[in-house]
Write a protein that binds this ligand. Structure first.
Ligand SMILES: NCc1[nH]cc(CCC(=O)O)c1CC(=O)O
Length: 311
């Protein structure tokens, strides 16, 4: 095979792990690869909260520019960080097999437990979903915003900014910090962000079809794709960027998809979570159906309120 697939990625360790992972899948399929590291606005602006930079494409825009110019053939991202509506001319063609979806508490301190309201606990996170979820289920827990890559966050924690970090298992595991995990959080409470744990491969729609097909057959995990299609369709209706506390998690059961998802108000006072199920053959319809039900149950009011607040 003479085609060289140029893999664009951000330069953080997690992004590089993802790029090397995709590279290994492509190489196993006999394809030649090269990794191209690209700096993004989201990587540069570490002192401002993501919700203030504007969530739309802070981590993806530069990669899309290079996809457009043909300097890279594919862009590798955490599926979770991908907007639900990609800019015109781009598409996700593959989702890699999903890692364990849970959020976890990670710390150098042991004997921490969310449920123990008798001890003060400060958790570092920069996710509005996690903050709002904590306010809802564990109002005694305090939070502090901590940004930067995982290594930076761990350093800030060890310097005393917080007792523990609230993170995705997938990232902690991929970075080799399993021994820091003190608690794996319940999916029913900390229902993950859409796409958490999977790696998405984005291309310019104009990429040659035969190359696309080789990439798909090397990297795409069909069950994961079905789940993420359902979750992302839900997110698309809500137009929820990563600064909005929405969540959804799909499971496949035989020929069906079970999709649970909802929204939390920023102050944690209201949380709506609904489960729908339907055929694997149309996961997007299921995501849309969930959105309709969440809206009807009061989610629309919560969402409008949040959007007003973020502007
Ligand atoms: N928003 C940052 C981000 N994007 C993807 C992951 C973890 C890996 C994944 O879920 O794919 C993380 C860190 C975190 O949320 O703890």
């Amino acid at each position: 095979m003479s085609n060289l697939i140029k893999i664009g990625t951000r330069g953080s360790k997690l992004a590089l792990w993802q790029a090397y992972y995709v590279e290994s899948l492509l190489q196993k399929a006999g394809l030649q690869t090269e990794i191209v590291i690209i700096d993004t606005k989201g990587d540069q602006v570490l002192d401002v909260s993501i919700s203030k930079i504007g969530s739309k494409g802070v981590f993806t825009q530069e990669l899309e520019d290079q996809l457009h110019d043909g300097r890279i053939d594919i862009a590798v991202h955490s599926a979770k960080d991908m907007q639900s509506n990609l800019p015109e001319g781009f598409e996700i063609i593959a989702f890699t097999e999903r890692e364990t979806e849970n959020d976890v508490i990670a710390s150098h301190k042991k004997d921490l437990n969310l449920s123990d309201a008798s001890k003060p606990l400060v958790l570092g996170t920069s996710s509005t979903r996690r903050v709002a979820t904590l306010k809802h289920f564990y109002p005694h827990v305090k939070t502090v915003e901590v940004r930067g890559n995982l290594q930076t966050r761990i350093r800030k924690m060890e310097e005393g900014l917080c007792d523990a970090l609230l993170l995705a298992y997938a990232g902690v595991h991929r970075m080799g910090y399993d021994e820091m995990i003190v608690q794996k959080l319940d999916l029913k409470e900390f229902t993950p962000a859409v796409g958490q744990g999977s790696v998405a491969i984005e291309v310019a729609k104009s990429l040659d079809d035969s190359i696309k097909n080789q990439i798909i057959s090397a990297c795409n995990h069909t069950e994961t794709e079905i789940k993420l299609r359902a979750e992302r369709a839900y997110l698309r209706v809500l137009e929820g960027g990563c600064s909005i506390p929405v969540f959804a998690l799909a499971k496949t059961e035989g020929e069906n998809v079970v999709l649970e998802g909802g929204i939390v108000s920023l102050d944690g006072s209201e949380r709506i979570s609904i489960t729908v199920s339907g055929s694997k053959s149309d996961p997007e319809a299921l995501g849309e159906q969930l959105a309709e039900k969440v809206f009807a149950a009061g989610g629309k009011t919560i969402l409008d309120e949040i959007k007003k607040n973020i502007e």
